[in-house]
Design a protein around this ligand. Sequence first.
Ligand code: MG
Length: 249
Amino acid sequence: MIVLKTNRELALMREACRISAGALRVAGEAVQPGVSTEEIDRIAYEYIIKQGAKPNFLNYNGFPATACISINDEVIHGIPSKKRVIKEGDIVSIDLGASLNGYNGDNAATFAAGKISPEAERLINTTRESLYKGIEAAVAGGRIGDISSAVQRYCEERGYSVVRDFVGHGIGSKLHEDPSVPNYGTPGRGVRLLPGMTLAIEPMINMGGFEVRQLSDGWTIKTKDAGLSAHFEHTVAITTDGPKILTVE
Ligand code: MG
């Protein structure tokens, strides 16, 4: 069931999203060679708590941390650990959210640790840009497939592949709501986009093939061919005035 939000609900959700964006910013600023992913997670946790909000990934389906932190060929759902220390040249995807007033925010970005390769930088830039292509297509009266195909086309034209096994989602009083928002699809197909819909649009883009596998920790998702992967996400509201990114400070 797709829940459309009133303007009052969108205003409440905007607050949860603002805190989510701030937490992602401080977590990203902490990405440096020599820092453990657990330290980054703690920084995000403390930021969210200090703002009076709650980390909404923590204990979600048993996830043990505030942030999913996924390095290099890890796509999503990496578990922070003090043993996992970031190295020069790593690319570090951080995905996290906060809940406040009964509403959720969710956002992600991939950060560079020190100096990274030009190839890694191009992957990051393309993935970020594909998110904005998807957001531009999130227009009332359109369809989910408009978003999906905008992301897919932008990335595939540049030689990358789009993860199939994980997709974006509706978001609101629940972290994951209907509809699904795939990063691949056909323009003009799928659910109709309506004002009041709130979507987490989140391209997960691989340098090699789109296939992924899950590690034995039950969470971490890696690329099957060990190629690099990047991930960007915003929570977006569809309004009569066009798409509005909610996960901004
Ligand atoms: Mg999400």
